[in-house]
Design a binder for this molecule. Sequence first.
Ligand SMILES: [Zn+2]
Length: 201
Amino acid sequence: MIHPDTELRYVNDVIGYGVFATQHIPRGTITWVRDELDQAFSPERIARLCELYKQILGKYGYVDRRGHTILCWDHARFMNHSCEASCLSAGYDFELAVRDLRPGDELTDDYGTLNLETSFLCACSHPQCRGRIQPHDSSRNADRWDEILRAAFPSIRQVPQPLWSVVKEKDEILVASSDVSQMRSCRFHHVAIDSVNPVNA
Ligand SMILES: [Zn+2]
């Protein structure tokens, strides 16, 4: 579930749509939570789907640590990639604003965190743009993402959290926001190879 102070906007013909803040969203705000309405598709279930469904899941879904493709039910599925993402996920089922967002700023995440199966060329235009976003970006960049997240985590207790009621890991998060050494690394999301290829388990 995406933060209520966001909306879908058309960006351009290349990027398509994106998710933008309609109000000030301070650093430390939970901007998205994996919720009960999001759909999860196992690799076996996807294999049985027709090509049209597979294309939709390939475009709008992401792969969780179990190797399941998650399709968000709301406009969260239109969040674009940025190499300097405004939202990131530590090892929990939610994303956090890692910097202050003004009205009109785009909510972005880093697709390198989402268990990519193939690489793609990025044109996010940030000075730190990696150019090609690749499956192994997740392990190469995990320390940097964790560092950014640890800087934002203490703010969780200090800012409005309209999505708090749907967060599952409340106790762990409150502990980690007081003591960031307790924050679960973003590496937690990295898919186990056996989940994707059960034949090799
Ligand atoms: Zn980039």
